[in-house]
Structures are given as C-alpha cells and as structure tokens.
Design a binder for this molecule. Sequence first.
Ligand code: SF4
Length: 402
Amino acid sequence: MDTKAFKRSLQHSENYHRKGFGHQEEVATQLQSEYQSQLIQQIRNNNYTLTRGDVTIRLAEAFGFCWGVERAVAMAYETRKHFPTERIWITNEIIHNPSVNQRMREMKVEFIPVTAGKKDFSVVETGDVVILPAFGASVQEMQILNDKGCKIVDTTCPWVSKVWNTVEKHKKREYTSIIHGKYKHEETIATSSFAGKYLIVLNLKEAEYVANYILHGGNREEFLAKFSKACSLGFDPDKDLEMIGIANQTTMLKSETEQIGKLFEHTMMQKYGPANLNDHFQSFNTICDATQERQDAMLELVEQKLDLMIVIGGFNSSNTTQLQQIAFERGIASYHIDSVDRILFENRIEHRLLNGNLEITNNWLPDGEIVIGVTSGASTPDKVVEDVIEKIFELKSIVAIA
Ligand code: SF4
C-alpha cells in the first residue's frame, strides 16, 4: 500500500478530524477539575519540595501529563461533546493511564474489543465515531475504519507523526528503518506499519548484535529467529542492512536511542568508509521534548539524597518504565505503581518490576525521617500523584493540608 498517499487522502476526507471541535474552553475547565491538583501546585511553587513531619517529598521538576497527552485527552472530551448521541470508540487506551481510561468508559467511550489477541472491528458500524489515541494507530486500522465510513478523530501526537514521516523518508530511499522500541508497543506497531523494510531493536545489546552482523556476518537462522516478531515480512539480514536509517519509539530512554544511533553510524562508517556514510546511513532526532525533559529531570532528582523513589504511571507506559530504570540503575529503592490502590495495608506495596512482573514488598516505608523522590510518566494526571503523596502522609500519620 502507498501509505503516504492513503494518509494524504484520509486527511482530506470530511470524516477525518484532527483538530478540536471548538469546545476547548469548556473542556479545559472540566479537565482542570478532574485531573489537576492543588497540592501538586503547592509543591511546584515551593521549589518542588514539601516537608511534613518526618516526610520530605521531592518532586522531579518535569513530570506527569505532557502536552501530547493533554491534547489527546482534551480532544476525546471534545469529541463526546460534539457527538453526544453517536457511538464512540477508541482503538486502544487513549493514553496509558487506568484512571483516565476509566473516565472514558464512564463517558460511554468504548474500547474496541480484543479477541484472541486481535482487535475485533466488526463491532464498529458506519457513522460511528472512532478516536485514534495519542500514540497513533496502524495504517491498516485507519484503512478499515475509513472503509467502514466511520468518523475518525485522530489524536496522534505530532511527535509520533514526525517519526512516521521519518520512516516514510527511509522507505522512499529504500533504506531499512532500524526502530529502537518495543515490537509489541502500539506506537511501534503503528510506526512499523508506515515503514518499508524495518527491524526493531529493544536495547543497545540487540543493536550491538545487529551491528556485529553487519560487520562480520553471522548465523542467519539465529538472526531471523531472534527478530522473528520484530522485522518486516521477508526481511533478509544479508541484503537489508546495507542502507539503514534510525527511528525510535518516542518514549524510549533518550541516552540509549542516542547510543544506538551512534553505534550504527560508526558501524556503517567502518564498513563503507566515511566518504560513503551518507549513502548507507540516515538519522533524524525524533525523541520527543517531553520524554527528554522528564528523563533529564529524573536524572537531576536521583543526584539528591533520597531514601526511596516512587514512580507513578500506567504499567504499560513505556516512558514510565524508562524513569524507573534510571532509579534502578542508581541503586535507589524504587517502586513503580499505577495508582494509590497499590499501597496496601500493613506497610506493604504492590509494584511493577522492570521485567514486568508485579511484586509485593513488605515494610517499604521506613520509620523516622525520610526523603522520598516522586515522579510520574507522561500519561499520569497530577491528581493521581496527589493521592499517592496524601497516602504517604497518612501512613506516616501526617495530615497534608493543601
Ligand atoms: S510523550 Fe511525547 S510523543 Fe508521547 S504523547 Fe507526550 S509529547 Fe507526544
């Protein structure tokens, strides 16, 4: 499929909407009352610190809702107002936050059901409204919805669209896109649907394996087995790694994306010589500002003396996991939770480990004076962060006054 031509024609269709519907002011008030927090504002105004009794909270200087997420949520609220009686669907979680997604359900915005791991679009009928989430949707999904005659409200973040444009550029020059990301993540699924030939690498270790194959060859069968779920159909590592371009899932660890870019740049320079680099390698910076700011703020926060860290965000939120990884690498006791409900009775906490497993830790909150670092992923409303801080104050027998 000519994905670029399809996207262009979709954008000219009267059924396609990617700007609001003129209800911005009303929606802004509603969002403020549902998701903002006075306590968090107070901490921000107090140089990102608050001490009550034995507990000092240090907030990262950039955290929580990014503008791409705010925009997507606001557009979803506007959509409900603009189409009060139509059936409204979302192709996936609007963002990776359980409370926001629950709010969508309450507003009768339904999620496309998933049967045996596949989305079942048969429930969607002509004239229904379908929202595409902040991290986008695959071109095949857009095509199905367009063919059905749905009204499409596209909240895809412009940063994600920028990555799609990058892989389109690779495709035009017949370069293979090497995508730093998680092959199962919706954003990467969407990005790869716009790419021509592609290979998805999860981390520097996988990138090194590929770089080594480029320079020295290797076991082809092993390569294909290793990336069986993470490459385009018919991918041939002996032919399709001669011209490569770098792209990324916007929420990966920035430093790792940069290292991977440099690694492949050096690899292609070593293989083809500096004078020929541009014929074999392309790179554009596609890490989003919000991800970068939150990671930089986290790096500053972990430089301070902290007894423990709380990282708040959806369990399938990639950018939250990256924040957690920064704390983990510094050896700080760190708990990734998605809501206050993970803080359990008798000083126990249920939290997500970096490997994705859930674990309950006993006696997580030490006695006496403690300093707790707090941050949250780009999909997390301030209200959720407030609930967690209030709970900690309560457990340490302090009443927080906002
Ligand atoms: S994290 Fe970045 S790419 Fe993702 S929605 Fe926010 S601004 Fe957009």
